[in-house]
Write a protein that binds this ligand. Structure first.
Ligand code: G3I
Length: 470
């Protein structure tokens, strides 16, 4: 098996690319950190910011066709720090004819996300559904080979741009069997799933590799147990699996259940990250959304939540009005409940849970940042900025910058190599060529912005270099 690599050791495509990769590394590796400190007093004001402050991500499914809709992208860019292509990375989209790959729509989404500091979950490399016509009619070893080639080609194409892949989607049967779903892929042999994971691992050793399914939320269901047993077996045999995605499409026939937290924590105890990957809830009851987020926050290895669309009108189930924004883009009560649950929840506790995955960052080699007096920046053109330390984990720390004297501001902050900024909130960041100097511009979110720095062994506190009013 290719050794799973948990840091970004490849040459980055650019400072923002590096940021996107490391953001996910921060969120996805949170559980391997070491020491628990109180959370920051400041509450985030957007879903992504609030999740990032707690060492997690908050994402959404995005349709390429909607990226030209201003109201849509305004919410997307403001609220989310993880993106999943709703349909554009599926097999029928990326290999419409055998051996001829088509990445245009997927790249539109990837570029939109990464150029704005959001990370990307890949969905999905192998699935019985949404196969291209040529694949639907294949079987046996030809199909197995075609599937593996697809996994290899697509994962290689997006190598370094996708932080986690749903390698295999929906391979288990509904009902009481607890077994595999019948499909052309399943008929190539029961080992098709692990073969897909090994191919993805070889193609992109740095991406987190997930198994993703629906109706696996209720711990007592046979399907949940079937997936659990597969993951336990994969971990025991060294099949390269890093995470399990719970789609969590909740509706009246498949409602949220109170043992959901048990499900998440039981899978996490196998040594995988767990992620809520396609959340929507019929009618969007605020209390249920709150419970789902609280359940994730209670599980250290639940490192991210993705809702399956932005506004109700964007949903595959629009008539169920299952999302956080109504069709005119207004926040619903469920939004407020989710934001509050993120802000009230614990930061990722940093005592590593028992796992076979080794920690990826060395312990601090220099003194960690303390709550020293705020940095006083050099005088700028009409504003000043002060930096304060906030949450610290075993591998990274958050800083908060308060700006006074201007509402339209631009603050330049430097981190010390090999430190890297891995997440930001409440501002629009850009980086110089080195990736060590960040210019944060106001984006209407107020006068306090924050960022996460991956220490990479150096705990020097970032410096505010200037504040300029514009
Ligand atoms: O783009 C075509 C359009 O040109 C055509 O006129 C129209 C006519 O039907 O179809 C359009 O494509 C549709 C596509 O969504 C884009 O809107 C497909 O028919 C439709 O089948 C497809 O549905 C997607 C569904 O997966 C397919 O299985 C949904 O958008 C998407 O939200 C949904 O996502 C899945 C996850 O991948 C896996 N988990 C379940 C989840 C919900 O079903």
């Amino acid at each position: 098996m290719t050794e799973r690599c948990h840091g970004d050791t490849r040459p980055p495509a650019g400072p923002r690319a590096r940021t996107a990769i490391v953001l996910a590394a921060a969120a996805l590796l949170a559980a391997t950190s070491a020491a628990f400190l109180p959370t920051t007093a400041s509450a985030g004001t957007t879903l992504g910011a609030s999740a990032a402050e707690k060492g997690r991500y908050f994402g959404t499914a995005v349709a390429a066709s909607r990226l030209s809709d201003n109201a849509y992208t305004t919410i997307l860019n403001r609220e989310f720090n993880m993106v999943t292509a709703e349909n554009e990375m599926k097999m029928n989209a990326t290999e419409p004819q055998q051996g001829r790959f088509s990445y245009g729509a997927a790249e539109q989404i990837v570029n939109h996300a990464r150029s704005r500091g959001m990370s990307v979950r890949g969905h999905t490399l192998a699935w019985h559904s949404q196969q291209p016509g040529w694949m639907e009619s294949m079987s046996g070893s030809a199909l197995r080979q075609a599937m593996l080639n697809h996994v290899t080609q697509v994962a290689t194409h997006f190598r370094g741009q996708v932080v986690a892949w749903d390698v295999v989607n929906e391979a288990f049967a509904d009902g009481s069997s607890g077994g595999r779903r019948d499909s052309n892929l399943q008929r190539t042999g029961n080992d098709w799933i692990e073969a897909a994971f090994r191919a993805a691992d070889a193609a992109d050793p740095n991406a987190k590799l997930c198994y993703n399914d629906y109706n696996t939320d209720n711990w007592t269901h046979a399907k949940t147990q079937g997936v659990y047993n597969m993951v336990r077996d994969f971990k025991a045999r060294g099949v390269p699996i890093d995470c399990v995605g719970f789609q969590s499409h909740f509706n009246n026939n498949s409602p949220y259940v109170s043992n959901y937290r048990t499900t998440l924590s039981s899978f996490a105890a196998l040594g995988v990250d767990v992620q809520i990957t396609e959340l929507d809830i019929q009618g969007a009851p605020a209390n249920t959304y709150r419970s789902v987020v609280e359940d994730c926050m209670a599980v250290p290895r639940c490192n991210g939540i993705t809702v399956w669309g932005i506004r109700d009108s964007d949903s595959w189930l629009a008539s169920q009005t299952p999302l956080l924004f109504n069709s005119n883009g207004s926040k619903k009560a469920a939004y407020d409940a989710v934001l509050a649950a993120l802000n009230n929840g614990p930061a990722v506790p940093t005592t590593a849970p028992p796992t076979s995955v080794p920690p990826t960052t060395a312990p601090p080699t220099t003194a960690p940042p303390t709550t020293a007096p705020p940095t006083t920046p050099p005088p700028g053109g009409g504003c000043s900025a002060t930096l304060q330390d906030s949450t610290r984990w075993g591998d990274r720390f958050n800083s908060q910058v308060t700006v006074s004297g201007a509402s339209n501001w631009s603050v330049v902050v430097a981190v010390t190599p090999p430190q890297k900024v891995s997440a930001t909130w409440n501002g629009s960041p850009s980086w110089d060529g080195s990736g060590n100097v960040m210019t944060m511009r106001s984006n209407g979110s107020g006068n306090v912005f924050g960022f996460t720095t991956m220490a990479n062994g150096n705990w020097t506190r970032p410096q505010v270099l200037s504040c300029t009013a514009s």
